[in-house]
Design a binder for this molecule. Sequence first.
Ligand code: NDP
Length: 277
Amino acid sequence: MTDRYAVIGNPIEQSKSPLIHTAFAQVSGQDIEYTKLLAPLGGFAEVVDAFRTSGGRGMNVTAPFKLDAFAYATDLAPSAQMAGAVNAMKFEGGKVYAENFDGVGLVRDLLHNLACPLKGRRVLILGAGGATRGALLPLLAEEPAELMIVNRTLAKAETLATLAQKHQTASVPVQGLGYAALQGQAFDVVLNATSSSLTAELPPLPASVFAPGCLAYDLTYGKGLTPFLKLASESGVTRLADGVGMLAEQAAEAFAWWRGVRPDTTSVIQLLTIPLR
Ligand code: NDP
């Protein structure tokens, strides 16, 4: 019998998850059906209940329901607890197992697809929302020389830095600061985890943050050369990436969790990549 999975969100039409998981199922010979589910705001639990009752095996969760899924789960993995949000669920009996694969997807993309090791390097992450929160522990586990979190709303950056210091297993220096602190600083890896690229805006960062040989990575995907990547390019950065690899890698983690087989992501990344130049 075909096992059923879905992605839930609002809006959901834009989601690439059905395309990605259907491609994964084909390359790994798995018999699954993967659909999109639109839930009304405030109606997350009812839609998930109905999907489970009809035999659904698991779900990906996208905006704005990652916190609803956190509340809905019966068993939260450490990644979901740390992120404070859930992006994948597995249904077994009365249990709802919950994970957050965004952070591990980002780090896997950096290390394996972009050949960008983090150990001993200076890493800057812009933004202090859900994506940054989920990425903190996977980033710190790679033991960079330092991790600086910079955000427009300073208090959020400070809170995340404190959280990261408390939970990391390594002893990487972590600071949470405002944009003014970036004057005179340069980093080997600069990650834009703000949502500024969705509205074609540029966070107020000086061009000098990009050290020679730097990788500039925008977690937003499918927007081509965003203002952040354009600034990096104009500052002489040649290694530019967007979040399409992160999207594919977090999906592959969920697929492996559900099906016990990790698909190769190369063809999906090629399929979804929109050239940056
Ligand atoms: P949140 O809404 O949780 O956080 C948004 C963050 O962006 C906040 O820190 C906010 O600052 C900051 N911000 C928004 N606009 C600006 C601006 N113009 N200048 C400076 N800072 C700004 O979003 P998420 O963390 O969930 O997502 C962030 C981005 O990452 C999104 O673009 C999303 O698409 C992408 N993403 C990509 C994934 C992938 O698989 N590739 C997975 C998850 C997310 P403040 O706190 O001051 O408001």
